[in-house]
Design a protein around this ligand. Structure first.
Ligand code: NAI
Length: 511
């Protein structure tokens, strides 16, 4: 019997093999060797293994140079990484991780061969991003020992590992891989084998809602990216991120998730992005994507309102909910804030100012009976944010607009005025991320806590979407989605049944 027991990590003495020494395989091999495993690295192209080992050595050298890794530890890691000449050299391995080309037939053939070469207890793991683990395992005599071990690029840096269970994967195997990933310093989550697993599914709205805002002329790229960063707290805006990932890759992931869910409009790819792919504007890697990276190109700046006078007094009616920390910022800036009962509105003279609830400002101004209406966007942290997107109803006069700008500026917040776009930018994106995470939980793909961890550690979101929804109020998220659904008349914005259940049962999302 090998070193595995349910829930225990592989022992350091276990040999790990990695097949495929490309971008992912090289990184995964390094992670396993850093923990202390002897790692056998195989690729069908022998020179690829040599290149991978040289690149790993160079990467570790940098760490030594920066004082982050001791030279003797670097030497030990490199000694543990061994090139394998043939697949049969991998037979001593307790765990074989596959990171070869993304093709079902090729992966099945590889695992069949590994089954014939390795012992009956050898654990088999695939790093696939988009192929069903169940389908890969179906070719095996012992499909219960195959599991997904999905790392993120670059594997030595990104914390998340999705542990993907196919229909046949044994619980003990999944538990061992989960514990092993944890021992390797990673943040593992469990997911059922469904298209996109957690991250590549739940992240789609981050790109899709940004793309839609631009397609509909809500604002420009630089403003949208700045709002997502400086108000939303995301490390990068969607357009700079897509440019970094590459449009060929990002579009292909969206396309594959869309097709896998039989054309569910929630995942609908964008024609705007397709046009970039068609034009070979793939992003940073070839000099042009949404932005121009060629030498001498100008960096576009976000739209920011010029300085305006602040209003002396504002009236806050009722609770501002998540936006309540703004009150202290205004008071600290010397604005006289009068508080009284009401429905969560700020009054500046005849103007009403409120957090967006997913309705157009034009529509809400009429329904609510406040012709002069300004709406502001969601921020991750209203106590510290430096920018907010704002929009106005058509009846709002210039003096009122300036008062809103002056009010936010007084609190140290830049204002980016955008067109009247339902749910503005951050709010609708966060609601759609939470909606997708809720649906994954509702469909038993993963737990709520794992959905949140996946997004925090796989794509560095500043908060898990479900935790964020809880902070915002599940009812507010649900209402915003209903308003978007109504505004567009599209299935894309249908709220997850889990949100509806949570709202009407008065429960929580279990994050
Ligand atoms: P890559 O193209 O950099 O490396 C693949 C390597 O596999 C190549 O060196 C190739 O020679 C080798 N190979 C192909 N067929 C083989 C076979 N039958 N036997 C042995 N070696 C073989 O690809 P990358 O990006 O490292 O992706 C590998 C896997 O990891 C794919 O399944 C991909 O979906 C998955 N993945 C990729 C991520 C990424 O960001 N690149 C992220 C997470 C997963």
């Amino acid at each position: 019997m090998h070193e595995m027991t349910a829930g225990d990590a592989l022992s350091r003495q276990a040999v790990v093999a990695v097949v495929g020494a490309g971008t992912m395989g090289a990184g995964i091999a390094q992670v396993a060797a850093q923990y202390g495993h002897e790692v056998l690295l195989f690729d069908q192209q022998r020179e690829t293994v040599e290149k991978a080992l040289a690149a790993t050595a160079a990467g570790l050298e940098k760490l030594v140079g920066r004082g982050k890794l001791a030279a003797d530890e670097r030497d030990r890691i490199l000694q543990r990484l061994r090139p394998a000449q043939s697949l049969s050299d991998l037979s001593p391995a307790t765990l074989v991780i596959e990171a070869i080309v993304e093709r079902l037939d090729v992966k099945q053939a590889l695992f069949r061969e590994l089954e014939s070469l390795c012992g009956p207890d050898t654990l088999l793991a695939t790093n696939t991003s988009s192929i069903s683990v169940t389908a890969i395992a179906s070719a095996l005599d012992h499909p219960q020992r195959l599991v997904g071990m999905h790392f993120f690029n670059p594997a030595p840096i990104m914390k998340l590992v999705e542990v993907v269970k196919g229909l046949d994967t044994s619980e003990a195997v999944a538990a061992c891989i989960h514990a092993t990933a944890s021992a390797w310093g990673k943040q593992p989550v469990f997911t059922r084998s469904t298209p996109g697993f957690i991250v590549n599914r739940v992240a789609r709205p981050f790109y899709a809602e940004g793309l839609r805002a631009i397609e509909e002329g809500a604002t420009d790229l630089a403003t949208l990216d700045a709002v997502m960063r400086e108000a939303g707290g995301f490390r990068m805006g969607p357009f700079e991120l897509m440019d970094l990932i590459g449009h060929d890759v990002n579009y292909a992931v969206t396309r594959s998730v869309f097709d896998a869910y039989y054309g569910d409009t929630r995942f609908q790819p964008s024609l705007l992005q397709l046009e970039l792919v068609n034009g070979n504007r793939l992003g940073r890697k070839n000099g042009r994507g949404f932005y121009d990276y060629r030498e001498g190109a100008e960096t576009p700046q976000p739209k920011t309102e010029p300085a305006c006078d602040r209003p002396g007094t504002i009236v806050v009616e009722g609770s501002l909910g998540v936006a309540s920390p703004l009150i202290a910022r205004w008071r600290a800036a010397g604005v006289n804030v009068v508080e009284r009962a009401g429905a969560g509105l700020i009054r500046i003279g005849s103007l009403a100012l409120a957090l967006t609830d997913g309705r157009l400002a034009a529509e809400r101004s009429v329904t609510q009976g406040t012709p002069r209406l300004a709406l502001f966007d969601l921020a991750l942290d209203y106590a510290n944010c430096r920018r907010l997107a704002v929009t106005y109803s058509p009846m709002t006069d210039e003096a009122s607009r300036q008062a809103v700008t002056g009010l936010f500026q007084a609190a140290g917040i830049e204002v980016s005025v955008i067109e009247d776009h339902p749910g503005l930018l951050v709010m609708r994106t966060v609601c759609m991320l939470a909606n997708e995470a809720a649906d994954a939980v509702h469909q038993d793909v993963c737990s709520a806590a794992d959905a949140d961890s996946a997004m925090r550690f796989g794509v560095n979101y500043p908060a898990g979407p479900l935790e964020w929804a809880t902070r915002l109020g599940v009812e507010a998220v649900f209402r915003c989605l209903r308003h978007l659904e109504d505004a567009y008349g599209e299935d894309r914005y249908r709220p997850s049944l889990l949100l509806r259940k949570t709202v009407f049962s008065g429960g929580t999302l279990d994050v």
